[in-house]
Every structure is written in C-alpha cells, then in structure tokens.
Ligand binder design. Structure first.
Ligand SMILES: Cc1ncc(COP(=O)(O)O)c(C=O)c1O
Length: 448
C-alpha cells in the first residue's frame, strides 16, 4: 500500500465485461490453475454449492494468517505494543474506503454479524432501560430475519419492554413492490396507538429463503416515517451485493468478511453512522478500552487470536488479481449462479424463488414436487442425505403450501456460486435429484 495515496489499494474502477458463463474463465490476471491451487484445501469429493453458509478463504490468505499467528507467538509483547493496533487500523481503513463510509471511526471490526447485532441491540436495550424509549415502543424486523438475530431481538428488545413486529414476506417473491408494501404495513402497525417505532432491522440479503431486499428504499421509508434507528443485517453483504454506506443511509450496517470477501473465519465489520454517538455504543465483551469508542473497544476484547482481522490487506491483494476487483467477482458470481439456477429449474420443470434482479450470488431453486418435502425436518434430512449419499452440499428450504395450491413446489435449494465452483458441481446436484426422482424416492423414506 502506498502511504501517500490513501486510495492506492482500492480495486480499479470495475470494467464490467460481457456475460461470461462459469465454464469459460474470465480474463483475470490470475490463471485458472492458480484458482485451483488457492482452494486446493477444499474436499475435492464434495460439490460445495453452499458458499453462503460459511464462505471460503484462499490458501495465500491462510498462509499470511499463519505467519501473523507465528509472529505473535514469537514475541507477543512486541506484537501487542507495535503491530496489533496499527494492523487493525489498516484493515478498518481499507473497509472504510470500500464501503464508502465518511470516516474510519465509523468502522469497527468484530468477530461476526452475530456480535454486531448484539452491539446494536444492547444499545437499544439501554435506551429502554434508561427511559429514552418507552415500554411498548416498537421494533420492526423481517419475518425472514436470521434465526440468531431474531433471538437477539428477543433477548435485548422484547425483554427490555419493546413490542416486536415481524414483516411477513411472500415466498416465492414476484417483485420488489411486494416487499415494500408489506414493510409499509408493518410500520403503520408499529405506529398504532401512539407508539413510536424505535428500530427497524432489515436484512440486505435474507438467508433462508434468500432474496435481495431493497434496503435503500426501505431505509428511505424508515426516514420518512420517523423510525429512530435502522440496522441493516448484511451478513452476506460485502462481495455479494452493492455495499455503499452513503447510498444506503442506515445508522448501523454489518457485513461478514468471511462469507463473500475471502477472509478466514471469523471477521465482520460494523458500520455506525457518525451521527450515532460512538461513546454510547459498547462491545458486549468489556475490557480495558471500555468508553474509548466502539472501534477501539472492539480492537481489544481480551487476549485472543486477532489474525483474521489483520489479513484484510492480503485479502485485498488476492481480490485485486481478478478483473474488476470485488465488484467484478460479485458480478460474475451473480451471472453464474443465475445461469446454473436456470439450468436446474429447466431440468426439473420448476422455477426460481424470485426475479433475477432480486438474486445475489445465491438463488433459490425449486425442487421437484414429487420429492414430497413436507416439513423443515424433511428439508434437513434431504440435505443430509444429499451430503452423505451424493456428496452434494446444499441447504434446502421447506415452504408450507397455501390452501388450495395444486402440485405445489414445497422444497427449494439455495445454491451459491463462488470462484472455486465449476459447472460440474451443479450437474452433480441435478443428476442426484434426477436419480431420486427416477427411483420414485420421497422424503417419507427418510422419516423414522
Ligand atoms: C442474514 C444473516 N444474519 C446473520 C448471520 C450470522 O452470521 P455469523 O454466524 O457469521 O455471525 C447470518 C449467517 O449466515 C445471516 O445469513
């Protein structure tokens, strides 16, 4: 990184090239054989079409991480006093530029999106405890909010006296408007009986079923309707969708860096707009830096391994070997996953779970109705069966049929596409499902 030009580490302005099917390699400065070697630690027997759950980390970044871990072990005091804090600041500065934040103080590095949610929701709980919010004031979140975030809302907001409203979302989704309408209705409900809506929790990319939520529009509506604070849970954000803090305009925004940004597990950023007083926000793990601002608190929460937070410059180096940097990777992943999703629904006579513009680098693919997926348990058992029998790793979602639906698709697979994937991974999945269908398999055979 050039010390005089703060932007010298940024990816070049993306040069978006024409549609590149996943099997023809895009023109990167990284050769296909290098990509293979960067992910050679992946189990080659598995069609891993589930980047969404745990992400991935290339071996060049893992080596850099191991080097840092050894440096710590070699002379921890020197590392602690001279390297740790400047290193974390370097990572925060890189993230600040990529997400278009105003100031590095708005960016804290934490372990994961779950920790970021705890920081924001604990802040809300104190507002109730200290009388700034009144019992019965509302918080709004999507019905498809991530399970652990819902539990955090229960632990911090409901328990503190907040009234929590879930926005019901249709699935399959036909349009952005359907989501906007349901969101508006939930805010209306929140404001009934003179209540104030204190918090909106909005996913950028829902986990299951996966859909890109129109966050910019929803944040704007929140502002118009006087919602106090908006927290965007973008666990899948950076590297998967456009992440621009000025455009989105939320008070709080978190994204994992280990899902779609090639960091090792586990690291995330939490952006807190400068209008929110950083001294009022605290890391749930309190240590020496308590009261020095969230970013500083988060950079030392006791003795532990901080190496995942320090490799962000190395990750950027990896990313910049690809045409268009992270935007180029994101665009190609999106195009590839859509192409693979369309191939699968054509083979099975089903449909995708949402319009293409609401897909990220993940897409919901309808499974043949004859598989008889009739519960969440069936979906989990089928996933396990696909892993054990066919070596295909893919999450499965159960959708309850509506009254009167004829031959409903009740099961959807969430497929992901990332650099290491090949068309054969998706053919393997297609063929596995075709084999089950040919053999008149139904999920009832997995029940005991
Ligand atoms: C929408 C959403 N929020 C939060 C999380 C939690 O992420 P983590 O386990 O890294 O904290 C996930 C994980 O997949 C997610 O999809």
């Amino acid at each position: 990184m050039n010390g005089t030009d703060p932007k010298s580490h940024l990816p070049k302005k993306p040069r978006l090239h024409s549609h590149a099917p996943p099997h023809s390699q895009p023109s990167n400065s990284i050769a296909p054989s290098d990509i293979l070697s960067e992910f050679s630690h992946h189990d080659p027997s598995v069609a891993r079409i589930n980047n969404g759950s745990f992400g991935c980390c290339p071996s060049s970044v893992l080596s850099a991480q191991q080097h840092l871990q050894l440096q710590w072990l070699r002379q921890p005091d020197h590392f602690y006093y001279n390297q740790l804090q400047p290193g974390i600041l370097r990572s925060r500065n890189i993230i600040k530029d990529i997400i278009n934040a105003d100031h590095v103080d708005e960016v804290s590095i934490v372990d994961n999106a779950t920790t970021a949610a705890a920081i924001v929701l604990q802040h809300i709980a104190w507002a109730f405890a200290e009388g700034r919010f009144l019992p019965g004031d509302a918080a709004v979140m999507l019905h498809y909010a991530y399970g652990s975030v819902k539990k955090s809302v229960e632990a911090y907001v409901t328990r503190a006296g907040g009234y929590v409203i879930e926005v019901p979302l249709p699935f399959p989704v036909n349009s952005v408007d359907e989501i906007v309408q349901e969101f508006r209705k939930a805010l209306e409900l929140g404001k009934q009986n003179g209540r104030r809506v204190r918090l909106a929790v909005i996913d950028h990319v829902t986990s299951m079923p996966t859909v890109v939520i129109p966050v910019k529009e929803l944040v704007k509506i929140c502002r118009e309707e006087g919602v106090d604070q908006v927290f965007v849970d973008a666990a899948h954000g950076i590297g998967c969708v456009d992440v621009d803090m000025k455009q989105i305009g939320a008070d709080f925004y978190t994204s994992n860096l280990h899902k779609w940004f090639f960091c090792p597990p586990s690291v995330a950023f939490l952006y807190c707009r400068s209008s929110v007083k950083s001294s009022e926000l605290h890391h749930p793990v309190v240590s020496h830096e308590y009261g020095n601002g969230l970013a500083i608190e988060s950079a030392w929460i006791g003795t532990r391994d901080y190496s995942a937070q320090l490799v962000v410059p190395k990750v950027l180096e990896f990313i910049n070997r690809f045409e268009g940097g992270i935007d180029g990777i994101k665009k190609r992943n999106h195009e590839a996953v859509v192409e693979m999703g369309e191939m699968l629904v054509k083979a099975w006579g089903t449909h995708l779970g949402c319009p293409l513009e609401m897909c990220s680098s993940m897409v919901m693919v309808g499974l043949p109705a004859c598989l008889g997926i009739s519960s969440d348990e069936d979906a989990l058992k089928l996933r396990t069966y696909l892993r054990d029998k066919f070596h295909v790793e893919v999450p499965i979602y159960y959708r309850e049929p509506k009254d009167g639906e004829v031959g409903p698709v009740t099961g959807y697979a969430r497929i992901s596409y990332q650099l290491y994937n090949k068309v054969d991974d998706y053919y393997k999945f297609r063929d596995a499902i075709n084999e089950l269908v040919d053999n008149a398999f139904t999920c009832s055979s997995l029940r005991n």
